[in-house]
Design a protein around this ligand. Sequence first.
Ligand SMILES: [Ca+2]
Ligand SMILES: [Ca+2]
Ligand SMILES: [Ca+2]
Length: 216
Amino acid sequence: MIKIQLKLITILLCCFVIVSCEYTSDVLRSGDQNADDSTGSTDDSEGSTDDTDNMGMGDTGKAEEDIDMLEGSAVVINELMADNDNIIADPQGDYDDWLELYNRTDNPISISGMYLSDDEEEPTKWQFPDDIEIPANGYLIVWLDEDLDDTPGLHADIKLSKGGEMALLVDTDGITVLDHVVFGEQETDISYGRLPNGTGEFQVVDATPGTENSVE
Ligand SMILES: [Ca+2]
Ligand SMILES: [Ca+2]
Ligand SMILES: [Ca+2]
């Protein structure tokens, strides 16, 4: 009788071990599947990162090769002054906010139809008029004074807050942000610009409207 009981227990234990093994291998298999799935979604996210980069390039009519070399937009926001009291007057004699654009390429670029804004929720606040071109490696000053009827000079429908905000350069589609800068509180008559000129991070620089950024 005891022998029979021992045999039964042995058989039951064997069954338990077999069932356990099968369960474990199932779990491992489904674990592998999950691993494959996550690899797939990683690929997806890489794809969308590439899309974002392409959007950032914008359509400036430049050969892609050149733009890749420059790592970004052909035209950038290069310098700005949010509180101009005594540095440079616009053609009408007003000391207004101003912003400097810079063409980083060796070819002239038309910026007609592009936009400037100080609000990412409203990227099309002011549109560049027809026949506006920046020479090769050249600069362009835009007066941010809301004096839209004034000529000569480019006068945009935005101003920059001395307390800090942002400036955006938006492509002709009204969506693609070609370049933007977010800045904190600014000092009167102190410029905030890219250093090295055209490529570096924004920092306090000497006021150089229409010429290469520098610090003394
Ligand atoms: Ca201002
Ligand atoms: Ca003005
Ligand atoms: Ca400058």
